[in-house]
Design a binder for this molecule. Structure first.
Ligand code: ZN
Length: 342
């Protein structure tokens, strides 16, 4: 089964219009699908037959220090001189074409398909062949979040980009295809449905995010609070140990948050992964950072960017796919108690 993750290896990126990613919309389900045929060419390192820890896998890993020539040139590296701790490179197999790419043509207004436009990059979170966040030195891990923070600002400064997200696929069950620890950054020229829906909820109830935090605190689902950031188990977690990290004050965009909060998200995500590994014997997981549309600016009162963390302990099956609802076995209060270490 193809993985959903990204990696860079030796194939050059092509710019021919035939392979340019497309965005398809289904009129029945209103689902949007990115059609990116070249992603099918990606080599898969993780999976049933993979041996990600072998020395040969390490030697050809495009994310390891010393193998920089196997990945595209970086757009950002920290520190800028001497040995790097974190770097951001273009994704070799992007789900979107570059903004300004001129050979897409002009789709008909009623077309169900149009060029998919944006930026898709990879954040390499360690120069070493660490495969789990909890293996990364905390100082190096903090540098990765600083890099993401800075790159988000660069996306927001581009008028053709309307929204961006950081996300992580950790482990094969979460869709990762390369073992070396990394996240991805994707910026789009449109606001995806999930963000439009969250914005509409806040337009109706501007205090919604504050209410979510207050309820988590009063019900005992808060498991940490640090640097202006709260970590809690949602009221209706879709998986055991699902968590959300959210600023204590309204803050629509991640790149506007303080250095103290950037440090706190590094601390809390490192703590979470360490705790999750001890509670579940290294469960795979995804996380994604949601924020308001860039052109929203501060126009939607109450918006708080937030990181949703979803362990992948059970599979999505027919019930979930057919109803849009989820089934979990662990009460949220119990999960919060275990994550606090009570
Ligand atoms: Zn590596």
């Amino acid at each position: 089964m193809p993985s959903n993750d990204d990696h860079q290896q030796s194939k050059p990126r092509t710019s021919d219009s035939a392979s340019a990613p497309q965005l398809c919309r289904d009129p029945l389900s209103q689902t949007s699908v990115f059609l990116a045929p070249r992603r099918g060419e990606r080599p898969i390192e993780l999976g049933e037959s993979a041996d990600a820890s072998s020395s040969s896998a390490h030697a050809r890993c495009p994310f390891c220090s010393g193998n920089e020539q196997l990945a595209p040139p970086d757009v950002l590296r920290f520190p800028r001189v001497d040995a790097w701790q974190a770097r951001i490179v273009p994704n070799r197999y992007p789900v979107v074409g570059d903004p300004g790419y001129s050979t897409h043509g002009n789709p008909q207004p009623d077309s169900l398909t149009r060029p998919a436009v944006g930026m898709h990059e990879v954040l390499i979170e360690s120069p070493h062949h660490d495969t789990r966040v909890e293996q990364v030195h905390p100082a190096t891990w903090a540098v990765s979040w600083q890099a993401a923070w800075q790159r988000m600002q660069a996306f927001a400064d581009r008028p053709e980009l309307r929204w961006a997200m950081l996300f992580k696929n950790a482990g094969a069950r979460a869709g990762a295809s390369l073992a070396h620890v990394h996240s991805q950054l994707v910026a789009l020229d449109f606001v995806p449905p999930v963000i439009r829906e969250k914005t509409a909820l806040l337009e109706h109830t501007p205090t919604l995010h504050q209410q979510v935090l207050d309820q988590a605190r009063s019900e005992g689902r808060l498991w940490a609070e640090e640097g202006g950031l709260a970590a809690f188990v949602p009221a209706a977690p879709r998986q055991p140990f699902e968590s959300c990290l959210m600023p204590l004050s309204p803050e629509a965009h991640f790149h506007h948050t303080s250095p103290e909060t950037v440090a706190a998200i590094a601390t809390l995500t490192h703590r979470y992964t360490t705790r999750l590994a001890s509670l579940t014997e290294s469960a795979d997981y995804n996380w994604w950072l949601h924020q308001a549309a860039f052109d929203t600016r501060s126009g939607v009162p109450g918006w708080r960017w937030h990181l949703e963390i979803m362990p992948r302990l059970t599979q999505l099956a027919g019930f979930e796919l057919g109803t849009g609802c989820h089934i979990t076995t662990m009460p949220p209060l119990h999960a919060a108690t275990l994550l606090r270490g009570d």
